[in-house]
Unconditional design. Structure first.
Length: 299
């Protein structure tokens, strides 16, 4: 039985999984991403995560934060969450260290591939997956293949302008984008302005579920902004299905209900039947999608 490894490299943690041909996760290993120590340390952590899985692998797939050139296996650009990550020859470095073929793509694209293989997108030809967490990223799958765009930047759903974010600074350096009001940090900041700081978005969600008006208002405002952005994207891309995952998607009906309502209100009449559903693979999605990339290398 040929085994492969999937790796999910994020700004705070690196996760690896040992995966069989059926998509069964046989082993997992997670460790902190040493982002502050530079790209070489991040690559070394990924290598260590694979070796800790305890099984021989025929190939490795990677879903990495940042804009990725999958043909070259190179990081084109990245945010300050991974200082110096842009320009890293990730495929080359991992192949040299591990001695097996490596395939590299963006982490949200890997997430979408995981859902298409084993999750809520299985059996669908055209899917838009949106991951809402520290940022807001997306991936469009067409006939099971990732649409990367001419410069590998396709999928930056968080940088669609929305009225609720008018004049609000965005992490990209611009302003007025959905991410500025709908991402996890944006929701926490909005709640802190109303009621004071809290430890996590889960606490805001719990307060909203208990009926606290400030928490409900903050979640609904962010959800409506995201729903408007996603409706506009769907009007242009016409997918069969939209999946939403990431940490913010766990905020419950106080978030999902206004999201769905705003999304539906933006759709053109022929698109009124497009479903908006939760992704199902959770934290394993990108690892499984990366493993799928590894299997492609072996074909």
């Amino acid at each position: 039985m040929t085994l492969v490894a999937g790796i999910d490299i994020g700004g705070t943690k690196t996760a690896a999984g040992l995966v069989d041909p059926n998509g069964t996760l046989l082993a997992r290993h997670t460790l902190p991403t040493p982002a502050a120590d530079g790209p070489a340390a991040v690559v070394a952590a990924a290598v260590r995560a694979v070796r800790e899985l305890g099984g021989p692998v025929a190939a490795v797939g990677v879903g990495s934060a940042g804009v990725v050139d999958p043909a070259a296996g190179r990081i084109v650009s990245a945010t300050d969450a991974l200082p110096g990550w842009a320009g890293t020859e990730l495929r080359r470095d991992l192949e040299q260290a591990l001695g097996v073929p490596v395939s590299v793509d963006n982490d949200v694209h890997a997430h979408a591939l995981g859902e298409a293989w084993l999750g809520a997108a299985a059996g669908h030809r055209q899917v838009l997956l949106v991951a809402v967490g520290t940022g807001i990223g997306a991936s469009q799958l067409i006939d099971g293949r990732v649409h990367h765009g001419a410069r590998f930047v396709a999928g930056h759903a968080g940088h669609v302008p929305v009225p609720a974010a008018a004049g609000v600074a965005c992490t990209c350096g611009g302003s007025g984008h959905a991410e500025a009001v709908a991402s996890g940090p944006a929701l926490l900041a909005a709640y802190a302005r109303c009621e004071g700081p809290v430890s996590s978005l889960a606490e805001v969600s719990a307060r909203a579920a208990a009926g606290e008006e400030s928490a409900r208002r903050v979640l609904a405002r962010g959800a409506r902004a995201l729903g408007e952005a996603l409706g506009g994207i769907v009007n242009m891309t016409d997918p069969e299905l939209v999946l939403v995952g990431g940490g913010v998607s766990g905020c419950g009906p106080e978030w999902w209900d206004p999201l769905r309502k705003a999304f539906a209100a933006e759709l053109l009449p022929p698109l009124k039947g497009v479903a908006l559903r939760p992704a199902t693979l959770g934290g394993d999605a990108a690892v499984l999608g990366a493993a799928r990339l590894a299997r492609e290398v072996l074909r």
